[in-house]
Design a protein around this ligand. Structure first.
Ligand SMILES: CC(C)(COP(=O)(O)OP(=O)(O)OC[C@H]1O[C@@H](n2cnc3c(N)ncnc32)[C@H](O)[C@@H]1OP(=O)(O)O)[C@@H](O)C(=O)NCCC(=O)NCCS
Length: 199
């Protein structure tokens, strides 16, 4: 199967992400386009969406999976990112290296298990490696079993576990992957990438 991936510029991409997140019942707090733009505006980022045919109407192509990754620096101004960097201090080396944060992503329920998220992840890794990033980190929770299983298959290593004493399902898991050329060579998906226009 060949995956169709669209890469978005900031403004259009932020609106597309806001739209697709409406399809995810499991996301308690959906991101707004405003929030996405504020976070990504002054840093390197990639907004990717996989598109696929509607099974009931094969003439129609719809966005089915998305992924947003961005640069994470040792010194961050935004409180959430400052907090993240502080939590990663003991397990991710920032000095002299480019670190990528895999911020948000998912696949619409009807299209899960078809390789769309692997294709987006591999495309983001290929881009990141070519852009000089050394490592990609991601954060999830114990209770997100689909995501944990997927990150396992995608060969992310757990680098930190933060227990939530009140509810272990809410405990945070931090994972990472070194972006070596071997990782890129081991990619298995076949992808076509098109670039969306700025509106
Ligand atoms: C996690 C998620 C993104 C996976 O998307 P997907 O498009 O179904 O993933 P893919 O089909 O590309 O699968 C990638 C790999 O993960 C594996 N995988 C997918 N879902 C899995 C699951 N539930 N358990 C174990 N492995 C799984 C696949 O078998 C595949 O492995 P392979 O390529 O080695 O065969 C999707 O289930 C999702 O959006 N879940 C909700 C998101 C979420 O919980 N977010 C919480 C915030 S972190």
């Amino acid at each position: 199967m060949e995956y169709l991936i669209k890469q978005y510029p900031l403004d259009t991409g932020a609106l597309e992400i806001q739209y697709i997140e409406e399809f995810f019942g499991e996301f308690p707090r959906k991101k707004t386009a405003h929030e996405i733009i504020a976070r990504l505006r002054d840093r390197e980022f990639l907004i990717l969406m996989a598109e696929a045919l509607l099974p009931d109407d094969p003439g129609v192509v719809v966005p089915v999976s998305f992924k947003v990754v961005h640069e994470l620096q040792a010194v961050e101004a935004e409180p959430k990112l400052r907090d993240l960097v502080a939590r990663l201090q003991d397990c991710v080396r920032f000095a002299g290296r480019k670190v990528l944060y895999s911020w948000i992503g998912g696949t619409r329920r009807d299209w899960r298990g078809q390789g769309h998220f692997r294709a987006l992840t591999e495309e983001s890794e290929a881009w990141a490696h070519a852009s000089g990033f050394h490592e990609v980190v991601v954060k999830t929770k114990n209770k997100f079993y689909d995501m944990r299983g997927t990150l396992d298959q995608l060969e992310f290593d757990v680098v930190k576990y933060e227990v939530n004493a009140a509810d272990n399902r809410e405990s945070k898991v931090y994972l990472s992957k070194q972006l070596t050329s071997d990782v890129v060579r081991a990619h298995t998906s076949t992808r076509t990438v098109v670039y969306a226009d700025q509106r």
